[in-house]
Design a protein around this ligand. Sequence first.
Ligand code: PMP
Ligand code: GLU
Length: 398
Amino acid sequence: MKGITVEHRIARRVASIERSATMALADRARSLKEGGRKVVNLAGGDPYFATPKHVVDAAQGALEEGFTHYTSSRGLPELRAAVANRLQLRSGVTRDPEREIVITPSAKHAVFVSLMAVLDPGDEVLIPTPSWVSYGQMVRLAGAEPVSVPLCADDGFTLSRELLEAKLTRKTKAIVLNSPTNPTGRVLRASELRDVADFSAAHDLVVVSDEIYEDIVFDENRHCSPSEFPECAERTLAVSGFSKSYAMTGWRLGYVSGPQKLMNAVLKVQEHSVGEAGSFIQRGGVAALTGDQSPVRRMVEQYNRHREWAHAALCQVPGIECALPDGAFYIFPDVSGLGFLDSDACAQWLIEKASVIVTPGSAFGPGGEGHIRLSLAASTATVEAGISQLCDVLSTLD
Ligand code: PMP
Ligand code: GLU
């Protein structure tokens, strides 16, 4: 019937959330390009590298041999074994591949099933911000309430127990960590993780630790997981995946590991939502984890060059403050000294004047305003063109 809308039938918890700012910007970049506009996209966190050939070959081989059916909902046993081996070698963390690891279709889904497994309506979840755009919205989808723990650029976005304690209530159930961090490029120090471990144990909280950028760390920085602390290992769901380390964003493959009791709950959510990750995709994952790691090293070296070049260029622009990232492939300059109303206005202006698409810091929650995020995962030519164009126009501002 004309005039009648079904909008009021949308679930309140969905109506209360927003579209993913990063995905909306990726759509915007595509449609500007399709419309014939020459834009440089530094918004998306999608590596421009091709997926390593041995990974593609493994998935192709699986398709050709007809490996196209359901797998165990926990994921292929050989992939779980490869993940367990990696966790042991990387962090000294022992997880039973039979019961304590679930392969998921993407790291994003791994975060989602982890949150769904532990949250009830009314629970609160602490999220140090600026943070990746999806955590808060996922918490809302689970019926719970995200509580930002704003970190401060002046002290390098350092996390501390005091900051966490300040946001604790009787409703606090979990904390979401992400190191190396999207968007700041920060790698949490062992002392900060020690604080998280003590705090979560003292208040009986679950830690969801998103470690998707674990391979992308520079200089003397070392990725450290909260699971490495014994008192935290028993309450941590650690998430990682293949998108960033192996340039496999379109494959949609990730995993969660954690103590058996929590993982039983994670498995139930996965079984009743997607079932499991794609069978032949998982064969690619086995090849990625067990095969030649030199492509990963080469990609990290390239991101390192991008980081150093971008940092030097941005620091030349009067009014910009920019920290050198420790890890991940983003740089997060403070543009608040340039006179824009806010980071959205700055991002909008950069599209118009420099034809460069960046993500406004406001997308990453409290603490992000005043910054813009530039992705360094594009090709060297794209990164150099985008950052040069952007620095040129920003340098002309009074
Ligand atoms: N966590 C963070 C911090 C990310 O930046 C991303 C990028 N999309 C993801 C999780 C999800 O990765 P995936 O492609 O495996 O879903
Ligand atoms: N993680 C990437 C980003 O932050 C990809 C988009 C998304 O999944 O949010 O740009």
